[in-house]
Write a protein of this length. Structure first.
Length: 306
C-alpha cells in the first residue's frame, strides 16, 4: 500500500467501514435484549473501544492536545459516542434492521445541510446528482417489496443519524490538526463517561455464563469491527475527504447486505437489485468526481493568481 495515494486509501477505508456496518445491523440486533441489554451493550462497546484506542496510542508518537480543543473533543464524545450509540442500539432494539437501513439513507443529506450551514461549503451540482443517484439506488433496494412499519425505535435511529452527521462534520477540523488515534481515543474517553450512568445498571444484569459462543462472536464483532475498527477507518478517511463524500458511502450498506444474502443463498439476483447497484455505484462515482473537479479548479485558480 506504500505506493497508493492517501485519497485512494481513504476511499478504501470507507468501503471497509460500510461493509462492516452493512452486516452490523443484523448482527447487533441478534444479541440485543437476548444476550445483553441495550445500554449494557453501549457501555461495553464504548468502554472496550476506549481501552483499545488508548492501548494503540502507546505504540504511536505522542501528540499534545491544545487546551481549547478539549471542548470540541468533549462535544465529539456527545455526538459521536453517547447520542450516536445510545439511540442507535436502543432504536435497533425497538425497531427492525430494515427500518434502520432506510432511515440512515438520510445521513448524507443531513451532512450536506450541516456542511452548507456551518462550513459554508458550496454544493456542486455533480455532487448533488451523486447523492440523488445513491438515494434512488438504496431506496430501490430497501423499499420495494418490503413491509416497513413505523416503530418508536425509528425516531431513535433518526436521532442517531443526525448525531452521526454532526460528528462527521465536527471531527473534520480535528483530523486536519491531529492523528486519527489521538482524536478518537479522547472522543471515546469522554463518550464512555457520558454513557456510564445509562449502561451501568444494565451491565449489572449481564450474565457472562449465560452467553452462547455465537453470541460472544457477535458481541466481539460489534465491539472490535463495527466500533474500534470502523471508527478508526472512518475518522482516518475524514482527514482526506469531505464529510459529504464519506457519508455517501452509506449507500453501499444495503447493497453489501444484499450481496452477503445472495452469496449465502438467502436471496437471489434480480433486475431491481442490479438497477439499485448501478445507481449506488454511479452515485458514489459522481460524488468522487466532484472532489477531483474541485481540486482541479483550485489548482487552476492557484496558477492563474500566481
Amino acid at each position: 500500500m506504500a505506493g497508493v495515494s492517501k485519497v485512494i486509501k481513504a476511499h478504501l477505508a470507507l468501503l471497509a467501514v460500510n461493509a462492516i456496518y452493512g452486516a452490523n445491523y443484523s448482527i447487533a440486533k441478534s444479541i440485543i435484549g437476548h444476550d445483553v441489554q441495550p445500554y449494557a451493550l453501549v457501555l461495553l462497546r464504548a468502554g472496550f473501544t476506549m481501552i483499545f484506542f488508548w492501548i494503540t496510542s502507546l505504540f504511536l508518537p505522542k501528540e499534545k492536545i491544545e487546551r481549547k480543543d478539549f471542548i470540541k473533543l468533549m462535544l465529539l464524545g456527545v455526538f459521536g459516542v453517547a447520542l450516536n450509540q445510545l439511540f442507535f442500539i436502543k432504536g435497533l432494539y425497538e425497531s427492525k434492521p430494515i427500518n434502520a437501513s432506510i432511515i440512515m439513507i438520510l445521513n448524507p443529506i443531513v451532512v450536506i445541510i450541516l456542511e452548507i450551514v456551518f462550513l459554508k461549503e458550496k454544493l456542486p451540482p455533480i455532487r448533488l446528482a451523486g447523492i440523488v443517484s445513491g438515494t434512488i439506488g438504496a431506496s430501490l433496494l430497501l423499499l420495494f417489496g418490503k413491509e416497513v412499519s413505523v416503530h418508536r425505535g425509528d425516531i431513535m435511529i433518526l436521532i442517531n443519524c443526525i448525531s452521526w452527521a454532526v460528528y462527521m462534520v465536527m471531527v473534520k477540523s480535528m483530523m486536519i490538526k491531529y492523528k486519527t488515534v489521538t482524536v478518537v481515543k479522547w472522543v471515546f474517553l469522554f463518550g464512555t463517561f457520558y454513557v456510564l450512568p445509562f449502561g451501568w445498571g444494565d451491565l449489572q444484569k449481564f450474565d457472562v455464563h449465560a452467553v452462547s459462543f455465537n453470541a460472544w462472536m457477535c458481541l466481539l464483532y460489534v465491539i472490535v469491527a463495527s466500533t474500534y475498527l470502523a471508527y478508526f477507518l472512518n475518522t482516518y478517511a475524514l482527514a482526506e475527504l469531505s464529510p459529504s463524500i464519506a457519508a455517501t458511502y452509506i449507500y453501499l450498506q444495503p447493497l453489501i447486505a444484499a450481496g452477503i444474502a445472495i452469496y449465502m443463498q438467502q436471496d437471489n439476483i434480480d433486475f431491481r437489485k442490479l438497477m439499485s447497484g448501478a445507481f449506488i455505484i454511479f452515485g458514489i462515482y459522481l460524488v468522487g468526481l466532484s472532489r477531483k473537479k474541485k481540486k482541479s479548479e483550485e489548482v487552476a485558480d492557484g496558477v492563474a493568481s500566481s
